[in-house]
Design a protein around this ligand. Structure first.
Ligand code: ZN
Length: 148
């Protein structure tokens, strides 16, 4: 089951869709954005430029801008959260990265600090799927806070 993420607070219908697969053609994620938020596809891929042939017009009816269906394993998913909003070191296991992110958020007084602390606790013994659901919720809040 993919995790449903919302990477913008934008209410516009998406106009562009980008799909990423592994080299073995396993679906990693599919994201939909409007024209104004098209640059976020670059951030999602971690690339410096986007091959425009890789994008397609959004399906009809268009999903809301910022809709992301994430099928990635948790370590890759956390990397993608880190590219979008999560401040975490790239070192360590995914649970260690989340613990470090929570500690940093508390230290800097980040508005997401309490939620990240809860996620770090869930990462200690919870299933990965639960951790990814919680991360998706905080990402949505972070997008609203950033007025993205
Ligand atoms: Zn948008």
């Amino acid at each position: 089951m993919p995790v449903l993420r919302q990477i913008t607070s934008c209410q516009a219908p998406a106009t562009t869709t980008l799909t990423r697969h592994t080299s073995a053609r396993t679906l990693l994620w599919q994201g939909h954005v409007c024209h104004r938020h098209r640059h976020l596809l670059l951030q999602l891929t971690g690339a410096s430029n986007l091959n425009s042939r890789a994008t397609r017009p959004a399906p009809d009816p268009a999903p809301r801008c910022g809709t992301l269906h994430d099928h990635q394993p948790i370590d890759q998913a956390i990397e993608s959260h880190a590219r979008m909003w999560l401040q975490t070191p790239a070192e360590g296991t995914w649970a260690e990265q989340l613990t470090a992110a929570a500690a940093l958020a508390v230290y800097t007084g980040d508005p997401q600090a309490d939620a990240l602390t809860e996620i770090a606790r869930a990462a200690e013994d919870g299933p990965a799927a639960r951790v990814l659901e919680l991360l998706a919720q905080v990402e949505t809040a972070a997008a609203v806070a950033a007025r993205r």
